[in-house]
Design a protein around this ligand. Structure first.
Ligand SMILES: CC(C)(COP(=O)(O)OP(=O)(O)OC[C@H]1O[C@@H](n2cnc3c(N)ncnc32)[C@H](O)[C@@H]1OP(=O)(O)O)[C@@H](O)C(=O)NCCC(=O)NCCS
Length: 313
């Protein structure tokens, strides 16, 4: 039997429809299951940033599903192929199309391509949304790291707690020539490599990014953290730190630069000291995410800060 939809690469002409679909799908899902639709706001406009960022990073990689009968966009899946793995970003289907295998159909060609390329697939999935968790689990993904999503309303005058040790050694970098250094550090500590992402953040032409680095007295990298300052997505990550102290210094500095705003960031639940520090600065739990992988997860040291844009589980 033929499917009632057609899959094809997402194009720029789809971006407005994608923003509407993401907003509609998220609001409907979170409102009907959890009474939390309001957290996604009234307007689809902020969601345009997602297709725009992915189109700039991975042109032609995202997949759209259109309904045969109406021609309407009814599903989207963002795909982010990297040297060591493939990341999958938001998967969303139209409320009226859910429960009919559309999300599975969107992911099937992505997983088949990753298998041919012999690459693991990685993502972060919400533990509030068990439909998405089970979608990925049924496809073979296995959770490996648990993260708490924290939100922190940064006072207009800056964080009131004193900076943790090392925060004075955190500095911004803007030179795209630094991308290789950040990517090498991530490969060494987390076993994944994605230099084009760091070149993209440092070029800073789509979105609004800041990149912070922490170096020791000898100038060696101890961690880095990217921050999205775009009004559509005020979020910290991706980032990597060699230990909780380095992570705290980076987080404090990146948060303090977002005065008057409420960034969201993901912290490994296992980093108990770091979580306590975040609470002391005023952070609140807003969600839980699991990093899941289909295929081997390389041994990791230190801490990672995943983000949803671009997906970086
Ligand atoms: C999550 C979402 C993408 C799923 O889309 P969908 O088109 O309904 O998914 P499918 O119909 O392909 O179903 C996927 C699988 O999960 C299974 N499933 C769904 N809910 C389940 C549950 N609670 N327990 C076990 N399995 C479940 C389905 O049976 C199906 O399995 P099968 O293919 O082996 O039969 C959709 O609900 C959505 O867009 N939600 C809002 C946006 C969102 O939150 N996206 C995910 C976060 S990025």
């Amino acid at each position: 039997m033929s499917t009632p939809f057609a899959l094809r690469p997402l194009v720029a002409a789809d971006h407005e429809a994608v923003a509407r679909l993401l907003h509609r799908s998220l609001v409907q899902w979170y409102q009907s299951r959890l009474g939390q639709g309001a957290r996604f706001g009234d307007s689809p406009e902020p969601f345009r940033l997602f297709p725009e960022v992915y189109a700039a990073l991975d042109p032609g990689a995202a997949i759209a599903a259109h309904d045969h009968a109406s021609g309407e966009l009814i599903g989207v899946c963002f795909v982010h192929p990297r040297q060591t793995h493939v990341a999958v970003g938001i998967v969303a289907t139209a409320p009226e199309a859910q429960g009919r295998g559309l999300a599975r159909a969107l992911l099937t060609p992505v997983l088949a391509q990753a298998r041919r390329d012999q690459l693991p697939v990685r993502l972060v999935s919400s533990l509030l949304n068990l439909d998405s968790f089970s979608l990925y689990s049924r496809l073979g993904f296995v959770p490996h790291t648990l993260y708490q999503d924290l939100a922190l309303a940064v006072p207009p005058g800056g964080l009131s707690n004193p900076p943790p040790p090392g925060a004075d050694r955190v500095r911004p970098v803007t030179d795209p020539g630094q991308a290789g250094r950040l990517a090498t550090f991530e490969l060494e500590w987390q076993g994944i490599h994605r230099e084009p992402d760091y070149a993209f953040f440092l070029r800073n032409t789509v979105g609004a990014w800041r990149v912070w680095v922490l170096e020791n007295a000898a100038g060696a990298l101890e961690g880095f953290l990217v921050a999205s300052h775009h009004p559509s997505c005020v979020m910290l990550g991706p980032g990597v730190a060699r230990d909780e102290a380095a992570a705290a210094a980076l987080l404090w500095r990146a948060l303090d630069a977002l005065r008057g705003r409420t960034p969201v960031f993901l912290v490994p639940c296992a980093a108990a000291g770091l979580v306590r520090a975040c609470y002391a600065w005023g952070a609140r739990n807003v969600e839980l995410h699991a990093a899941q992988a289909l295929g081997p997860v390389p041994p990791a040291r230190g801490l990672a800060f995943p983000t949803f844009l671009p997906e970086s589980g």
